[in-house]
Unconditional design. Structure first.
Ligand SMILES: Cc1cc2nc3c(=O)[nH]c(=O)nc-3n(C[C@H](O)[C@H](O)[C@H](O)COP(=O)(O)O)c2cc1C
Length: 495
């Protein structure tokens, strides 16, 4: 491999002629630039320079071979012995985060999922918060996902022996301690240096299943390697690459690593418009001369994602997936009963009713709202036993899990809460978060007169208001708190 001088590399710093250094190798990213799911600006920032540090903050080294063809690597960068490693300067943002971390409440002070969100808002860098917390457009679907649970009330049964509560269940054939799994969220290193490995540890300790994302910050090998039990089940979420040989390689690799379920994301033909995320990126990233770039980013993001994700994905492809893997296939992102019925007819093992946490199509309905019509349709067609139905989006309380199970879900997924918990408190935070969900579900089951998951029945919930979007929602004071300042430790007495 030819050695290229730093001087030469520095000259290739333009959009139509773009080289960067990663791990000592020189890559010509001119063609890849419009395809980068994270946008063009971050790559342009390092045009002609060494991008390794910034790259490492989000991606595993293995992603280079996964997404770039070998001919994009054009040589070895000359080693710069003279230049001392530049110390990164502490920014105002770094100082703010440091201070906020010092004042963070103790883990024992976290009483519910919203507490973790409040802490995360303060201690995360603005770009990470913007990325995690954002929803599409006006964020109506994002808020509705949780709010819809407020329109379901409970019908508690009493005089039931509830001394022993058993919350265990099976999902895709594997046992879990309660019917909740950790859903796939990309780029976990933005929340915690150990990223998805943190979730593997917490999931193992709490007996729940983790879904590994395609766009993880660590390689699938690292995340599988971080499990604490050799037989700890994990699933793999797939964004279908338009180059099917890449998609096939990913699936085969996941299967060879002992992954137990393939979750194909089907709601992302193009990326939703997440304005909070865009705004943070505009303010916090890159030199001023590149910011005009970002102003035109809408088209850029859409084009970017379409560069990688296969927009032609359709029902006929299920047969292709079945031909390349024995893993149970679950479609993540089903949003109508019609598509649920089709998924069953095409032989999928399951579906996740999901609107991607309200990050894709604003005004897509909340998953809990369409769960009953999905279950009705599957029954009507005699398909209710042919696939497992999961939901995710806005699950923030144990009672939310109860309501979803009552309406027919086999289990529920959570996205943002795990990011917030690990941002503040690492794997211990995620374990506490999972424990809180579990404790709340246990209490809910006890007070509802349900001893086991199988005892949770549709007649235990009152859904008469579920469709009425015009009724006043109870104000969610606790969730609202996430958008206000937390009282720093030691100041409680001043309240
Ligand atoms: C920051 C973030 C990144 C996400 N990344 C992915 C992803 O890479 N693939 C995917 O299928 N879903 C992704 N999702 C969606 C989640 O899997 C899940 O559907 C959603 O977060 C559930 O809603 P909740 O955050 O309200 O719990 C992401 C969600 C968030 C918040």
């Amino acid at each position: 491999m030819a050695t290229i001088s730093l001087q030469e590399i520095a000259q290739h710093d333009k959009k139509d002629d773009l080289w960067v250094i990663l791990y000592g190798k020189v890559y010509d990213l001119t063609q890849f630039l419009p395809e980068h799911p994270g946008g063009q600006k971050i790559i342009l920032k390092f045009a002609g320079k060494d991008a390794t540090k910034a790259f490492e903050r989000q991606h595993p080294p293995s992603i280079i071979d996964q997404y770039l063809s070998p001919d994009v690597c054009i040589g070895q960068a000359e080693v710069n012995n003279e230049e001392e490693e530049l110390q990164e300067e502490e920014t105002e943002e770094d100082k703010r985060v440091k201070l906020a971390r010092e004042k963070m409440p103790r883990l024992e002070e976290m009483y519910n999922t919203f507490d973790f969100e409040s802490v995360a808002k303060n201690i995360l860098k603005a770009d990470a918060w913007g990325y995690f917390n954002s929803g599409a457009n006006d964020e109506i679907s994002m808020r509705e996902n949780h709010n819809a649970f407020h329109r379901i009330w409970l019908r508690p049964r009493v005089m039931v022996d509830v001394a022993n509560i058993d919350m265990t269940t099976k999902m895709l054939g594997d046992k879990t301690s309660f019917p909740l799994y950790i859903s796939a969220t990309a780029l976990n290193k933005m929340a915690h240096p150990d990223g998805e490995k943190t979730l593997a540890v917490a999931a193992g300790n709490q007996g729940v299943i983790q879904m590994i994302p395609t766009l993880a910050s660590y390689s699938i090998d690292d995340i599988v390697g971080a499990r604490i039990h050799p037989d700890q089940p994990q699933w793999f979420q797939l964004y279908v690459h338009k180059d099917r040989s890449i998609a096939k390689r990913m699936v085969e690799h996941a299967e060879s690593k002992g992954i137990k379920g393939l979750f194909i994301t089907v709601d992302t033909a193009t990326l939703g418009r997440r304005e909070k995320d865009m705004r943070q990126k505009y303010v916090h990233e890159g030199p001023a001369e590149l910011q005009g770039e970002e102003l035109n980013r809408e088209g850029g993001v859409a084009t970017a994602s379409s560069g990688i994700i296969d927009m032609t994905l359709n029902w006929k492809d299920i047969a292709w997936f079945k031909s390349i893997t024995k893993l149970p296939i679950v479609l993540k992102g089903i949003q109508t009963w019609e598509d649920a019925v089709l998924a069953a007819r095409y032989g999928c093992a399951g579906i996740v009713i999901s609107n991607h946490g309200g990050r894709q199509l604003d005004f897509a309905p909340s998953p809990i709202e369409i769960l009953p019509e999905v279950m009705d349709a599957l029954k009507r067609e005699g398909l209710e036993n042919s696939l497992e139905v999961y939901i995710d989006g806005g699950i923030r309380r144990g009672s939310d899990i109860f309501k979803a199970i009552a309406l027919g879900a086999k289990g529920v997924g959570i996205g943002r809460p795990t990011l917030y918990a690990m941002a503040g408190y690492g794997f211990k935070g995620v374990e506490k978060l999972l424990q809180l969900y579990q404790d709340e579900l246990e209490m809910c089951m006890r007070l509802m007169g349900a001893r086991t998951i199988a005892d949770i029945k549709p007649e235990m919930v009152d859904t008469r208001n579920l469709k009425d979007h015009f009724v006043a929602n109870p104000t969610d004071y606790l969730a609202k708190n996430a958008y206000e300042k937390m009282v720093p430790r030691g100041n409680i007495s001043k309240l």
